[in-house]
Design a binder for this molecule. Structure first.
Ligand SMILES: CC(C)(COP(=O)(O)OP(=O)(O)OC[C@H]1O[C@@H](n2cnc3c(N)ncnc32)[C@H](O)[C@@H]1OP(=O)(O)O)[C@@H](O)C(=O)NCCC(=O)NCCSC(=O)CCC(=O)O
Length: 343
């Protein structure tokens, strides 16, 4: 059985193991930083700040049999403030035409921009490779649990949801756009700059090119990386596009990874959110089993959910019947009312 829930301090060692799997700025391989992130997340779930940018929510996927965390995903309630703006490159075009030569060119362009009243950001989605591509769609569960939560608590988030996808990296782990622009203007390694930019954004505005950059002048590898995603992020692009997210013609100024956005109310699992009574009963009609992602009861403001199977009766409110064995595995003792959505 798999449970999705808010992270707790007992998850520290498992999250540290997960952080070793790839260089991921949202989950750096550093126990102190991960501990701070868990503590901040517990506060966000149980006593969210009115200053939305202080609220970082960390979700985990637990394999309850192995008692191990096998994946994680995050929400930052506001990314982009006066103190720490959201920086991006707008991807545009400039048409040039010479009448005397009767010839013209369409140039791709990049232009640095910033937002000081940014949207809610989802990120940090990572699943242990052993568990990927399972028929339980564990990656999708980890991604969609955030929409279940945001749909249940829309006041804790902005109206727009933003996501920054990872671009392809070359065999040595270099980002081609960084080599072409960032390195020349900042004289830092990509990961150094990425880490630095989490606590200090001033240097981006003051050192990066402030005028239009013509892509024509960039090496072909850098041009080809703009707005593209790497292989391991292809499922993310697919998932986001399928529920209403759109590419914004905006990319990360360091690595060129694409930015996707959607209005919270228009995201399919948020639109599909419904109230449901979960009933624990002996009689499940096996030929009529469906699955829903439902929030489960907790006592202390923490959050728990699971992708559960049973018989759905779409009344108002809807009823969902699960068998006692599944209820036991989920630690459920009695019927309850909750919210659910579909994957
Ligand atoms: C991204 C995940 C968590 C996805 O997990 P799984 O591979 O198990 O995915 P899944 O649940 O089986 O499938 C999810 C959906 O993606 C589709 N899918 C699977 N592989 C695909 C591929 N190669 N190309 C296109 N689509 C693909 C499946 O059919 C399914 O869609 P259908 O149901 O429609 O069939 C994992 O691959 C991973 O940990 N990747 C490495 C880390 C990473 O790159 N993380 C993203 C960083 S970017 C980020 O974090 C911001 C974005 C965010 O937070 O959401």
């Amino acid at each position: 059985m798999y449970i999705l829930r808010s992270a707790s301090l007992n998850d520290l060692d498992d999250l540290y193991d997960l952080s070793q799997l790839m260089l991921f700025i949202n989950l750096p391989p550093d126990k102190e930083i991960i501990k701070t992130k868990i503590e901040s997340s517990i506060k966000a779930f149980t006593k969210p700040s009115r200053k939305l940018w202080e609220n970082h929510y960390l979700f985990v996927l637990e394999d309850t049999k192995a008692q191990r965390i096998v994946g994680t995903s995050m929400i930052h309630a506001q990314h982009g403030t006066e103190d720490e703006p959201h920086y991006f490159f707008t991807v545009g075009q400039e048409n040039k035409f010479s009448m005397s030569l009767n010839t013209g060119f369409i140039h791709g362009t990049l232009k640095l921009g910033l937002d000081t009243n940014g949207p809610t950001e989802i990120g940090g989605l990572i699943l242990d490779p052993e568990f990927r591509k399972s028929d339980k769609k564990l990656g999708k569960q980890l991604s969609f649990v955030r929409f279940l939560y945001m749909g249940m608590f829309p006041d804790r988030f902005k109206d727009t949801i933003h996501s920054e996808l990872m671009p392809p990296f070359d065999n040595e782990g270099h980002a081609p756009l960084w080599e072409a622009i960032g390195r020349r203007f900042l004289n830092l390694e990509y990961h150094e700059a990425d880490v630095l930019s989490r606590s200090n954004k001033e240097f981006i505005l003051n050192l990066f090119p402030s005028d239009t950059i013509y892509m024509t002048l960039l090496p072909i590898e850098a041009r080809n990386a703009i707005g593209k995603v790497g292989d391991s992020t292809a499922p993310v692009k697919r998932m986001l596009e399928s529920i209403g997210f759109k590419y914004m013609n905006e990319v990360d100024p360091f690595d060129g990874g694409p930015h996707y956005r959607a209005k919270l109310k228009d995201i399919t699992p948020v639109k599909d959110l419904f109230e449901v009574e979960i009933l624990i009963r002996d009689k499940i009609i096996k030929s009529d089993v469906e699955s829903i992602m439902a929030s489960l009861p907790t006592e202390d403001g923490t959050f728990k959910a699971a992708y559960i199977s049973g018989n759905l009766n779409k009344g108002s409110p809807a009823k969902f019947i699960i068998d006692p064995e599944e209820a036991k595995e989920l630690g459920l003792k009695e019927d309850f009312k909750t919210f659910a959505t579909y994957l």
